[in-house]
Design a protein around this ligand. Structure first.
Ligand SMILES: [Fe+2]
Length: 243
C-alpha cells in the first residue's frame, strides 16, 4: 500500500492493522527520527503487556515492520548464549552492585527501573576480552562498550512495550541476566524478552543468571512480556557500537 503525497501516520496503520511499507516512511529517515517514527508505529499496533496471536494479521503487520527496519541491522537474529567471560563470582558481584544501585539511584522507566552501573560493571566491561567475545558471537567488529545500565523488574506489571533502542545506545546490545525469580504460581507463563525477528517470527527468550542475548536493538523490535506476582529479574544491558 502506498499513499502518494500523504504524510505517513502510524495511527492510521494501527487503526487499519495495515503495515507501513518502506516506501511510506518519510524519505531519508535516520538516527533519532528513524527511531521515533518506527517505535511509534510499533507502539500504535501493540500496547505494553500484549503479544499478537500466532498467525494473526497483527503479527504479520509487526513482522512487516521488523522486516523494513531490520534492513541494515548489525545482527539479523538475536543470539542467546552464556556469558562465559563472567564466572560465578563476577555475576554475584554485578548482581550485588545492581541490587544496591537500583535501590539508591534507580528510576522508574516504562514498567522497569534503570540505574547507572558502578565500578564493578565498569571494570568488568572494560576488559577488551568482553568486546572481543561479543564481536565473535555476533560475527561483527564491535567498538566500545559505549553505554551500560542496570535494569530491574519486580512483580506484577505489563513488562516493556515493543520498541527500538535509540541509536546512541549502540547497534550491538549485550543483555546479561544477573538474577531471576519465577512467578509464585507455576502455571503462569514466564516473562520473556521478545523479538519480532524478520523471516523468523516472534521469538521469546526466558533468561536465567549467566544467560545473555546479543542483538541489534536499534533495528530489531523487542520488549518484555508481562510479569506476574513474584516474577523478578535483574539485567545488565550494554551497548556497543559496530566497529
Ligand atoms: Fe530496548
Amino acid at each position: 500500500m502506498r499513499l502518494l503525497g500523504v504524510r505517513p501516520n502510524p495511527a492510521f496503520y494501527a487503526a487499519h492493522h495495515v503495515m507501513p511499507g518502506p516506501g511510506e516512511a518519510p524519505a531519508g529517515l535516520t538516527g533519532d527520527a528513524f527511531h521515533r517514527f518506527w517505535s511509534g508505529a510499533l507502539q500504535d499496533l501493540l500496547a505494553p503487556g500484549e503479544l499478537p496471536p500466532a498467525g494473526s494479521l497483527l503479527e504479520r503487520s509487526l513482522l512487516g515492520i521488523a522486516d523494513v527496519v531490520g534492513r541494515g541491522a548489525a545482527i539479523r537474529r538475536p543470539i542467546q548464549t552464556v556469558a562465559s567471560w563472567a564466572g560465578q563470582s563476577i555475576l554475584a558481584q554485578l548482581e550485588g552492585e545492581a541490587a544496591a544501585a537500583l535501590i539508591a539511584t534507580g528510576r522508574a522507566n516504562h514498567g522497569k527501573r534503570n540505574s547507572p552501573v558502578g565500578e564493578a560493571a565498569v571494570d568488568t566491561l572494560a576488559a577488551p576480552a568482553v568486546a572481543t567475545w561479543v564481536g565473535r558471537q555476533a560475527g561483527v567488529v564491535v567498538d566500545g562498550p559505549r553505554c551500560a545500565t542496570y535494569i530491574g523488574y519486580a512483580g506484577e506489571g505489563p513488562g516493556l512495550g515493543v520498541h527500538l533502542d535509540k541509536p546512541g545506545f549502540g547497534a550491538v546490545n549485550l543483555l546479561v541476566c544477573l538474577r531471576r525469580e519465577r512467578a509464585a504460581n507455576p502455571r503462569h507463563r514466564p516473562s520473556t524478552t521478545f523479538f519480532f525477528t524478520p523471516g523468523v517470527g516472534l521469538e521469546c527468550f526466558d533468561l536465567w543468571p549467566g544467560d545473555c542475548l546479543i542483538f541489534d536493538g536499534t533495528r530489531t523490535p523487542h520488549g518484555r512480556s508481562p510479569l506476574r506476582s513474584g516474577d523478578e529479574m535483574t539485567l545488565l544491558s550494554v551497548g556497543f557500537a559496530q566497529g
